[in-house]
Design a protein around this ligand. Structure first.
Ligand code: 2BA
Length: 109
């Protein structure tokens, strides 16, 4: 058995989880925060037999979309000795970041 850990955009979470459920795949949704943007995202835990891992990844890929996000960064140059300039920088937040790990033991008690 494998555990698929997928970090996706909050706006895509409902589509992804509904599509997984339709295919009989269980998932658990966690509200998480990206370390770089410090913005909310969603982490899905999906326990699945090894022969269905690719199917899970395909569903996530189909329903997750990359987005441009603008973040303010400081120029470090002080204006009139006061506040620093804020320069907006655009980053592409990917459709999904996926880890697949081995599960040593799985039990429902
Ligand atoms: P964040 O850490 O908030 O990162 C959001 C986006 O900011 C990233 O999109 C990337 O485009 C950019 N970014 C991240 N770190 C950067 C850096 N040091 N310098 C420049 N730009 C940077 P994604 O790569 O698609 O990642 C989306 C979210 O997936 C991340 O949100 C984080 O929550 C998670 N993630 C990505 N890689 C990860 C990893 N290796 N381990 C754990 N979580 C990861």
């Amino acid at each position: 058995m494998k555990l698929v850990i997928a970090i996706i955009n909050r706006d895509d979470a409902a589509d992804v989880t509904q599509s997984l459920t339709k295919k009989g795949l269980s998932s658990t949704k966690l509200s998480t925060t990206g370390g770089f943007l410090m913005a909310g995202n969603v982490t899905l835990l999906i326990g699945v037999e090894e022969n269905r891992v690719q199917e899970v990844i395909d569903i996530i890929r189909e329903h997750s979309h990359s987005r441009q996000q603008v973040i303010p960064t400081s120029s470090g140059i002080h204006q009139y000795g006061g506040a620093t300039h804020s320069i907006p920088v655009e980053v592409t937040v990917g459709g999904g970041t996926i880890f697949v790990v081995d599960v040593d033991r799985f039990e429902r008690v």
